[in-house]
Design a protein around this ligand. Sequence first.
Ligand code: 6GU
Length: 235
Amino acid sequence: MKFNVLTLFPEMINNAMSESIIGRAITNELISVNAINIRDFSKNKHMKVDDYPYGGGAGMLMQVQPVVDAYNSIESVKNGKKPRVIYLTPWGNTFNQDMAKEFAKEDELVFLCGHYEGIDERALDMIVTDFVSIGDYVLTGGELPAMVMIDAISRLVGGVLNNETSAEFESFNNNLLEHPQYSRPEEYDGLKVPQVLLSGHHGNIEKWRLEQSVERTKKYRPDLYEKYLKNTCNK
Ligand code: 6GU
Protein backbone atom coordinates (compact mmCIF):
# COMPACT_ATOMS: atom_id res chain seq x y z
CA MET A 1 0.00 0.00 0.00
CA LYS A 2 1.34 3.40 -0.99
CA PHE A 3 0.57 6.64 0.85
CA ASN A 4 1.39 9.95 -0.83
CA VAL A 5 1.25 13.04 1.38
CA LEU A 6 1.04 16.49 -0.20
CA THR A 7 2.39 18.84 2.46
CA LEU A 8 4.41 21.95 3.23
CA PHE A 9 6.16 20.01 6.03
CA PRO A 10 7.50 16.74 4.55
CA GLU A 11 10.00 16.29 7.39
CA MET A 12 7.15 16.07 9.87
CA ILE A 13 5.83 13.07 7.94
CA ASN A 14 9.21 11.43 7.24
CA ASN A 15 10.37 11.76 10.84
CA ALA A 16 7.25 10.43 12.53
CA MET A 17 6.68 7.61 10.03
CA SER A 18 10.21 6.23 10.42
CA GLU A 19 9.55 4.98 13.97
CA SER A 20 7.96 1.95 15.58
CA ILE A 21 5.54 -0.36 13.76
CA ILE A 22 4.98 1.97 10.80
CA GLY A 23 8.74 2.43 10.39
CA ARG A 24 9.21 -1.35 10.38
CA ALA A 25 6.38 -1.78 7.85
CA ILE A 26 8.14 0.67 5.54
CA THR A 27 11.50 -1.12 5.97
CA ASN A 28 9.75 -4.42 5.19
CA GLU A 29 8.15 -2.82 2.11
CA LEU A 30 4.63 -3.64 3.24
CA ILE A 31 3.73 0.03 2.91
CA SER A 32 5.46 3.12 1.56
CA VAL A 33 5.05 6.76 2.55
CA ASN A 34 5.96 9.38 -0.02
CA ALA A 35 5.93 12.94 1.35
CA ILE A 36 5.74 15.49 -1.47
CA ASN A 37 6.72 19.08 -0.70
CA ILE A 38 4.12 21.37 -2.25
CA ARG A 39 6.64 24.21 -2.05
CA ASP A 40 8.82 22.44 -4.64
CA PHE A 41 6.07 23.21 -7.17
CA SER A 42 5.89 26.95 -6.55
CA LYS A 43 6.54 29.05 -9.67
CA ASN A 44 7.25 32.09 -7.53
CA LYS A 45 10.86 33.26 -7.28
CA HIS A 46 10.60 33.22 -3.47
CA MET A 47 8.93 29.78 -3.55
CA LYS A 48 5.77 31.35 -2.12
CA VAL A 49 2.71 29.07 -2.02
CA ASP A 50 0.14 31.27 -0.25
CA ASP A 51 -1.81 34.42 -1.08
CA TYR A 52 -4.60 36.67 0.22
CA PRO A 53 -8.20 35.52 -0.14
CA TYR A 54 -10.33 37.35 -2.73
CA GLY A 55 -13.06 39.32 -0.99
CA GLY A 56 -10.88 39.91 2.04
CA GLY A 57 -10.77 38.21 5.41
CA ALA A 58 -8.19 37.00 7.85
CA GLY A 59 -5.17 34.91 6.93
CA MET A 60 -3.71 33.44 3.79
CA LEU A 61 -4.75 30.62 1.49
CA MET A 62 -2.69 27.91 -0.17
CA GLN A 63 -2.72 28.63 -3.89
CA VAL A 64 -4.25 26.28 -6.42
CA GLN A 65 -1.29 25.89 -8.85
CA PRO A 66 1.39 24.41 -6.54
CA VAL A 67 -1.17 22.00 -5.02
CA VAL A 68 -2.44 20.73 -8.37
CA ASP A 69 1.08 20.47 -9.81
CA ALA A 70 2.25 18.52 -6.73
CA TYR A 71 -0.67 16.13 -7.22
CA ASN A 72 0.14 15.74 -10.93
CA SER A 73 3.74 14.81 -10.04
CA ILE A 74 2.56 11.54 -8.45
CA GLU A 75 3.68 8.61 -10.61
CA SER A 76 0.33 6.81 -10.73
CA VAL A 77 -1.48 10.06 -11.56
CA LYS A 78 0.92 10.59 -14.46
CA ASN A 79 0.01 7.09 -15.61
CA GLY A 80 -3.66 8.03 -15.72
CA LYS A 81 -4.71 6.39 -12.45
CA LYS A 82 -7.04 8.24 -10.12
CA PRO A 83 -6.15 7.33 -6.52
CA ARG A 84 -8.51 8.63 -3.85
CA VAL A 85 -7.41 12.02 -2.55
CA ILE A 86 -8.24 12.79 1.07
CA TYR A 87 -8.33 16.41 2.19
CA LEU A 88 -7.83 16.71 5.94
CA THR A 89 -10.20 19.33 7.28
CA PRO A 90 -12.17 19.92 10.49
CA TRP A 91 -15.36 20.10 8.38
CA GLY A 92 -14.87 16.63 6.82
CA ASN A 93 -16.59 13.39 7.76
CA THR A 94 -15.29 12.14 11.10
CA PHE A 95 -12.75 9.35 10.70
CA ASN A 96 -13.57 5.99 12.31
CA GLN A 97 -12.61 2.31 12.16
CA ASP A 98 -15.11 1.53 9.39
CA MET A 99 -13.53 4.22 7.21
CA ALA A 100 -10.06 2.84 8.03
CA LYS A 101 -11.20 -0.60 6.82
CA GLU A 102 -12.62 0.89 3.65
CA PHE A 103 -9.46 2.88 2.84
CA ALA A 104 -7.33 -0.20 3.58
CA LYS A 105 -8.86 -1.86 0.47
CA GLU A 106 -7.12 0.70 -1.79
CA ASP A 107 -3.60 0.11 -3.03
CA GLU A 108 -2.70 3.80 -3.12
CA LEU A 109 -3.98 6.93 -1.34
CA VAL A 110 -3.16 10.63 -1.49
CA PHE A 111 -3.46 12.92 1.54
CA LEU A 112 -3.68 16.66 1.03
CA CYS A 113 -2.60 18.63 4.11
CA GLY A 114 -3.84 22.20 4.34
CA HIS A 115 -2.27 25.04 6.28
CA TYR A 116 -2.96 28.72 6.84
CA GLU A 117 -6.68 29.42 6.56
CA GLY A 118 -7.24 26.71 3.96
CA ILE A 119 -6.76 25.99 0.28
CA ASP A 120 -8.16 27.67 -2.84
CA GLU A 121 -11.47 25.86 -3.41
CA ARG A 122 -10.56 25.10 -7.04
CA ALA A 123 -7.76 22.78 -5.91
CA LEU A 124 -10.31 20.86 -3.85
CA ASP A 125 -12.77 20.76 -6.77
CA MET A 126 -10.08 19.48 -9.13
CA ILE A 127 -8.45 16.70 -7.14
CA VAL A 128 -10.17 15.81 -3.83
CA THR A 129 -12.45 12.77 -3.54
CA ASP A 130 -12.86 12.52 0.28
CA PHE A 131 -13.07 15.14 3.05
CA VAL A 132 -12.04 13.79 6.43
CA SER A 133 -11.73 15.18 9.97
CA ILE A 134 -10.26 13.28 12.91
CA GLY A 135 -12.55 14.81 15.53
CA ASP A 136 -14.24 17.93 16.78
CA TYR A 137 -11.29 20.17 17.64
CA VAL A 138 -9.09 22.39 15.51
CA LEU A 139 -5.46 21.61 14.65
CA THR A 140 -2.87 23.82 12.97
CA GLY A 141 -2.55 21.66 9.88
CA GLY A 142 -3.45 18.39 8.21
CA GLU A 143 -0.18 16.52 8.85
CA LEU A 144 -1.08 14.99 12.22
CA PRO A 145 -4.54 13.93 10.96
CA ALA A 146 -2.94 12.39 7.83
CA MET A 147 -0.53 10.42 10.02
CA VAL A 148 -3.34 9.33 12.33
CA MET A 149 -5.14 7.93 9.29
CA ILE A 150 -2.01 6.30 7.83
CA ASP A 151 -1.39 4.60 11.18
CA ALA A 152 -4.95 3.31 11.50
CA ILE A 153 -5.03 2.10 7.87
CA SER A 154 -1.54 0.55 7.87
CA ARG A 155 -2.19 -1.70 10.86
CA LEU A 156 -4.97 -3.32 8.80
CA VAL A 157 -2.54 -4.16 5.98
CA GLY A 158 -1.48 -7.82 6.11
CA GLY A 159 1.86 -8.41 7.84
CA VAL A 160 2.13 -4.96 9.46
CA LEU A 161 1.20 -6.27 12.90
CA ASN A 162 3.15 -9.22 14.27
CA ASN A 163 0.03 -10.90 15.44
CA GLU A 164 -2.52 -11.26 12.65
CA THR A 165 -5.41 -11.72 15.05
CA SER A 166 -4.67 -8.59 17.05
CA ALA A 167 -6.03 -6.23 14.39
CA GLU A 168 -9.39 -8.00 14.74
CA PHE A 169 -9.99 -8.60 18.41
CA GLU A 170 -9.62 -5.09 19.64
CA SER A 171 -11.63 -2.12 20.70
CA PHE A 172 -14.42 -1.29 18.25
CA ASN A 173 -14.83 -4.78 16.96
CA ASN A 174 -18.27 -5.86 18.06
CA ASN A 175 -18.64 -2.35 19.53
CA LEU A 176 -16.88 -3.53 22.69
CA LEU A 177 -13.82 -1.99 24.31
CA GLU A 178 -10.85 -4.16 25.27
CA HIS A 179 -10.85 -5.97 28.59
CA PRO A 180 -8.19 -5.16 31.25
CA GLN A 181 -4.87 -7.00 30.94
CA TYR A 182 -2.14 -7.93 33.42
CA SER A 183 1.44 -9.15 33.24
CA ARG A 184 4.05 -10.10 35.86
CA PRO A 185 4.36 -9.66 38.81
CA GLU A 186 1.28 -11.27 40.36
CA GLU A 187 1.28 -8.58 43.03
CA TYR A 188 2.52 -5.00 42.83
CA ASP A 189 2.25 -2.51 45.69
CA GLY A 190 -0.47 -4.67 47.22
CA LEU A 191 -2.46 -4.83 43.96
CA LYS A 192 -3.16 -8.39 42.81
CA VAL A 193 -3.85 -9.83 39.38
CA PRO A 194 -7.46 -11.13 39.27
CA GLN A 195 -7.45 -14.77 40.41
CA VAL A 196 -9.36 -16.09 37.39
CA LEU A 197 -6.48 -15.14 35.06
CA LEU A 198 -4.11 -17.37 37.06
CA SER A 199 -6.59 -20.28 37.12
CA GLY A 200 -5.71 -21.72 33.72
CA HIS A 201 -9.43 -22.27 33.08
CA HIS A 202 -9.88 -20.89 29.57
CA GLY A 203 -13.67 -20.95 29.65
CA ASN A 204 -13.78 -18.87 32.81
CA ILE A 205 -11.11 -16.53 31.53
CA GLU A 206 -13.04 -15.82 28.30
CA LYS A 207 -16.24 -15.28 30.29
CA TRP A 208 -14.50 -12.87 32.66
CA ARG A 209 -12.95 -10.96 29.77
CA LEU A 210 -16.27 -10.54 28.01
CA GLU A 211 -17.92 -9.35 31.23
CA GLN A 212 -15.12 -6.83 31.79
CA SER A 213 -15.39 -5.59 28.19
CA VAL A 214 -19.12 -5.13 28.55
CA GLU A 215 -18.77 -3.30 31.90
CA ARG A 216 -16.05 -1.04 30.59
CA THR A 217 -18.02 -0.19 27.46
CA LYS A 218 -21.15 0.55 29.51
CA LYS A 219 -19.18 2.86 31.80
CA TYR A 220 -16.94 4.71 29.33
CA ARG A 221 -18.77 4.50 26.02
CA PRO A 222 -22.52 4.23 26.57
CA ASP A 223 -22.98 5.07 22.87
CA LEU A 224 -21.05 1.94 21.82
CA TYR A 225 -22.80 -0.12 24.51
CA GLU A 226 -26.18 0.70 22.96
CA LYS A 227 -24.91 -0.52 19.57
CA TYR A 228 -23.51 -3.68 21.16
CA LEU A 229 -26.86 -4.44 22.80
CA LYS A 230 -28.73 -3.93 19.52
CA ASN A 231 -26.32 -6.18 17.62
CA THR A 232 -26.29 -9.02 20.15
CA CYS A 233 -30.12 -9.00 20.51
CA ASN A 234 -30.58 -9.20 16.74
CA LYS A 235 -28.32 -12.20 16.36
CL1 6GU B 1 -8.36 16.82 9.46
N1 6GU B 1 -7.48 19.19 10.18
C1 6GU B 1 -7.36 20.20 11.06
N2 6GU B 1 -6.66 21.27 10.71
N3 6GU B 1 -7.90 20.18 12.27
C2 6GU B 1 -8.59 19.09 12.58
C3 6GU B 1 -8.77 18.01 11.72
C4 6GU B 1 -8.20 18.10 10.50
N4 6GU B 1 -9.51 17.07 12.33
C5 6GU B 1 -9.78 17.57 13.51
N5 6GU B 1 -9.25 18.77 13.67
